[in-house]
Design a protein around this ligand. Structure first.
Ligand code: GSH
Length: 350
């Protein structure tokens, strides 16, 4: 008999028997499940002494550029991404906006419930798991094997595994090969404004949804949830009078926000308990999200079904039954957003 059936039969027997009344069974079940939940959560999400999620620092932080050890070359560097991951999604969006599809190839990773981590779809360099690729780059690597990874095929090592860096590299390092070198998503005159938004949005929104979902105490969740919605309200107000975060031009600040907003109603609202309000119900954030989605090249980087499948299907401690909810179906992504009127200059960008 399969272990699951055996356990079921045993439970049925216990429920019928006189020796263990249902109350004791429920207490036992709660104790076992809580202990397991705590063990699994500590594995999934490092926490501080108050039970708040603490994201580990990315460890590979080299740069690509003509005066760096890694010179820009077409076809030399590869991106490893998972389609459900918001951090990896940022890199796909910038790659598409810059027209780098021929210059920087992509390899996909998919989550493996058995391994509890990413596995390579193609098995590059004989590596099955992403962790194997990390160890190929650095045999003593003891951190988490995360995506995105910007990989150098020449030296077979990881150049960078921090999305915030990789999108800046993609924005400028490969302009000699890009289909859209003229499109600068991090222009010098807007860098201070972009960084100001990033400083507010990263902890409260990008990482904030994870701080809600991975909180291990009520107090930690309450704080993360208040900060998240206070920041979303502030962004919504700012977007009332301007098309993008920094005015008329789409910048890296929008890209970084987009990939969190794209997942919000489908996974963060339910699975991560970010449920004070949906993005589609905000007067300006809702249309802003559709505006970005409809920007040429971006829709092709989006896979909402994959997002739902991976989050609900693989974050076991948050959804032990593995059931993937039916909605939302995302059928309104291409509805009119009406935001061109906010910016004549942006309208001509398409
Ligand atoms: N700071 C990193 C975070 C990347 C990250 O946490 N990626 C997640 C997927 S959404 C991951 O690969 N997690 C695997 C793990 O933590 O073991 C970045 O922005 O690039």
């Amino acid at each position: 008999m399969a272990p699951y059936r055996q356990a079921q039969a045993l439970l049925a027997q216990l429920k019928r028997g006189r020796s263990l009344p249902p109350g004791a069974l429920i207490r036992l079940g709660r104790w076992v499940w809580t202990a397991m939940w705590q063990i699994m959560m500590s594995e999934l999400a490092p926490r501080d002494c108050e039970g708040a999620y603490v994201r580990p620092e990315s460890q590979f932080r080299c740069w690509i550029g003509s005066n760096h050890p890694y010179p820009p070359e077409a076809g030399r560097y590869r991106l490893y991404v998972g389609m459900s991951c918001p951090w990896a999604h940022r890199t796909l969006v910038v790659r598409a906006l810059k027209g780098l599809e021929q210059t920087v190839p992509v390899s996909l990773v998919v989550p493996s419930p058995e391994d509890g981590g990413w596995v390579l779809e193609r098995g590059d360099y004989g590596c099955r798991r992403l962790a194997d690729l990390y160890r190929r780059a650095e045999p003593d690597y003891a951190g988490r094997a995360t995506v995105p990874v910007l990989w150098d095929e020449r030296t077979q090592t990881i150049v960078n595994n921090e999305s915030a860096d990789i999108i800046r590299i993609l924005n400028s390092a490969f302009d000699a090969f890009a289909a859209h070198p003229e499109r600068d998503l991090y222009p010098p005159e807007l860098q201070a404004a972009i960084e100001e938004w990033n400083t507010a949005i990263y902890p409260a929104v990008n990482n904030g949804v994870y701080r809600c979902g991975f909180a291990q105490t009520q107090q930690a969740y309450d704080r993360a949830c208040s900060e998240l919605f206070a920041q979303l309200d502030a962004i919504d107000r700012a977007l009332a009078n301007q098309r993008y975060l920094c005015g008329d031009r789409l910048t890296l600040a929008d890209v970084r926000l987009f990939t969190t907003l794209f997942r919000f109603d489908a996974v963060y609202f339910g699975l991560f308990k970010c449920n004070r309000r949906r993005i589609r119900d905000y007067p300006h954030l809702g249309p802003y999200l559709r505006d970005l989605y409809q920007c040429p090249g971006i829709a092709e980087t989006c896979d909402l079904e994959r997002v739902k499948q991976d989050y609900y299907g693989n974050l076991f401690p948050l959804n032990p039954g593995g059931i993937v909810p039916a909605g939302p179906d995302g059928s309104d992504w291409n509805e009119p957003h009406g935001r061109q009127a906010l910016s004549a200059a942006a309208a001509s960008q398409g």
